[in-house]
Design a protein around this ligand. Structure first.
Ligand code: ASP
Length: 348
């Protein structure tokens, strides 16, 4: 659909921030500011941009304040417009703070399974009007990628790299090349000012169109799942305080290497008790690269016996948001466990 515009959703983040007495704060009037900034692009850059409309949140935030309710609001805003019979958007660009961008991108991937268009999430390390800012380049690249019909998933575009949203992590607090996809190849790149897709990496043929699951979700509850990173000397007592709390329904354990935990029977008892109470427990590695392969070492065998699921090579952001989403759905314990170990959005 050559005439369908892209919808740009501005949620806040450094990209739209302005200085204040207390430091940078989310700015308003974003559409006017963005359109003014785009006039500074070269004439070739300007004519290559797709048409776009802007949905500007009236309450833009620093993404460090984002909660699962914000992920859900964003997915609903996209889904409503995605399904609008009178107006078709060719794709979506979400402008977001970088701090929790990877979390939102991961959550969107689970909420919007079965997308037949692109949802590109981007932000920047410097504000749009800042000297030498990366903001305009990131928005320009995101718009160009969002217009490509061959891209049918949630992706993060940053510093010219296009990454699967649910495989992405913020990796640098300051460098423009601030995001990485530790365990999955790039989906594309800007090459000589043009967006290039690496089609073989895309989800297109592997996505399940029947899996558009958004309507099934009750309110996402971020406090129902805890994230516990092991440290040498961790005690069963502290682990129990987190995992056996009545309000906790799931936990992500960040374990050693390829899937190992301390040899402490009391720790295994806590894990087994939590799973026997129907809590969804999963393990990923503290190493940023590579999967867990639980059971390779005797020191990891207990995780299997305690019913802890393998998170494979998922990022913490993907594994946590997947747990949060599965717990919010009307599923039996066994369906939840089955879905956790199944790739739903290219996350594993
Ligand atoms: N604190 C900002 C945010 O996440 C950082 C950024 O956007 O780069 O909203």
């Amino acid at each position: 659909m050559p005439n369908s515009p892209i919808l740009v959703i501005y949620t806040g983040g450094t990209l739209g921030m302005v200085p204040s007495d207390t430091g940078l704060v989310p700015g308003h009037d974003f559409e006017a500011r963005l359109r003014a900034a785009l006039t500074t692009l070269s004439s070739t850059g300007q004519v290559s941009l797709p048409e776009f409309e802007v949905l500007e949140y009236p309450d833009p935030i620093d993404s460090s304040a984002a909660t699962p309710a914000d992920w859900q609001r964003l997915a609903r805003d996209i889904a409503e417009r995605y399904e609008d019979a009178h107006k078709r958007y060719a794709g979506f660009v979400v402008l977001h703070g970088t701090d929790t961008l990877a979390w939102t991108a991961s959550s969107l991937a689970f909420q919007l399974q079965g997308l037949d268009r692109a949802v590109i999430v981007t932000g920047s390390q410097l504000p749009l009007e800042g000297d030498g800012s990366d903001a305009l380049t990131n928005v320009e690249s995101a718009l160009r990628f969002a217009a490509l019909p061959g891209l049918q998933e949630v992706a993060v575009c940053f510093a010219g790299k296009l990454m699967r949203g649910v495989c992405t992590r913020k990796w640098n607090t300051q460098a423009f090349d601030g995001f990485t996809s530790p365990n999955y190849p790039l989906l594309g790149e800007m090459v000589n000012g043009a967006p290039v897709l690496y089609a073989a990496q895309g989800l297109n043929d592997r996505r399940d169109l029947s899996q558009f699951e958004l309507p099934d979700y009750s309110a996402l509850d971020g406090s129902a799942v805890v994230r516990v990173t092991l440290w040498p000397g961790i005690s069963a007592r502290l682990l129990a305080a987190w995992l056996l709390d009545d309000s906790v329904n799931g936990a992500l354990l960040e374990v050693w290497g390829s899937g190992n935990i301390p040899e402490d029977p009391k720790i295994l008892d806590v894990l087994a008790q939590a799973t026997s109470e129907g809590k969804l427990l999963a393990a990923i590695s503290q190493c940023p690269h590579g999967p867990v392969s639980i059971g390779t070492y005797a020191a990891g065998r207990g995780l299997i016996d305690a019913g802890v699921l393998s998170g494979d090579a998922m990022t913490p952001e993907a594994a946590m948001t997947k747990l949060v989403h599965l717990i919010a759905q009307p599923l039996s314990d066994s369906e939840r466990r089955q879905r956790f170990v199944t790739a739903l959005a290219g996350e594993r």
